[in-house]
Design a protein around this ligand. Structure first.
Ligand code: AKG
Length: 283
């Protein structure tokens, strides 16, 4: 299945199921580099997103099964999903429903307001499912910024992370270094297995981690591309379903940096991301 060539080919408006960004959210975003917006995506839309991720990834269980044979099959399905050519990235390139979801104008508007830019494109999306610790598959994600791994030349980029189910503090939600969007790009430390706490101890003196709080289904966590963040393991027996997607200012230019969302599409370094996969979604 190919994604629609143009946004307006098959656009379905989901705006009644999506919330708004207020002036207070914008202020918090620029103060802290991160803002939480509870109830941003309605539960029925979260459930639909999970269904599409399950169909795409081949994960047949929404929850960790109790039967040992099913647990084995569950682990195999998760490993299969992680070994797909694009791993857990870029679902919209194969699922037109997900293309339409990610391309929602209201998400674009939220990003434009938060970034304070006139127009916004979609860049990427990622499944952030964290398996229960008892499956042996749950892994922490070490401190990192996203911007160094994004194939764009300027940090006009915001991540929209959505809790697709209720996420309790012991399910490994993210914590952020408050205000750290003002720090320099620190490299692809997570991908390289480097420890930011050893490399940049001053960062952890200057900026303190946000408190880990419960996130109800549909809570949006927006963080700036330069904000440092990490997440722990899922210590519960429930599956932590979450999704992130990146939106960028249309004036960002492609750099050629390797990335599952942009590789192999014939994009030209130093040019705009001029390709049907990256439509302008706002205004
Ligand atoms: O979902 C998570 O726990 C972490 C997500 C994250 O760190 C990222 O998207 O960069």
């Amino acid at each position: 299945m190919n994604a629609p060539a143009k946004l307006d080919d098959a656009y379905e408006d989901l705006s009644p199921l999506i919330g708004d960004v207020t002036d207070d959210h914008v202020e918090a975003f620029w103060r802290d580099g991160v803002v939480h917006i509870p109830g941003f995506v309605k539960p029925e839309l979260c459930e639909e997103v999970i269904k599409h991720f399950m169909a795409w990834s081949g994960m047949r269980w929404k929850e960790w099964p109790s039967d040992p044979a099913e647990q084995k099959a569950f682990v195999a399905a998760v490993e299969g999903a992680f070994n797909k050519p694009k791993r857990t990235f870029g679902i919209r390139q194969e699922d037109p429903w997900m293309f339409n979801y990610v391309a929602q104008r209201k998400f674009g508007e939220a990003a434009a307001r938060l970034l304070k830019v006139p127009s916004v494109k979609i860049l990427s999306e990622t499944l952030h499912v964290k398996q229960p610790a008892s499956s042996g598959l749950s892994k922490p994600l070490v401190w990192h910024q996203d911007f160094p791994s994004l194939p764009i030349d300027r940090a006009e980029a915001v991540q929209f992370w959505c809790a697709l189910v209720d996420v309790t503090p012991d399910m490994g939600p993210m914590t952020h270094l408050k205000g750290s969007h003002r720090s320099m790009p620190g490299g692809m430390v997570a991908e390289l297995g480097e420890d930011a706490r050893e490399l940049y101890p001053e960062l952890f003196k200057e900026y303190k981690p946000t408190k880990i709080v419960p996130l109800s289904q549909g809570t949006a966590v927006f963080h700036h591309g330069l904000t440092w963040h990490c997440s722990g393991i899922n210590k519960t027996d429930r599956v932590r379903w979450a999704m992130s997607s990146y939106r960028i200012s249309t004036r960002c230019r492609y750099t050629g940096q390797a990335n599952y969302n942009t590789d192999g599409l014939g994009l030209t370094p130093r040019e705009f991301l001029d390709h049907p996969n990256f439509p302008t979604v706002y205004p």
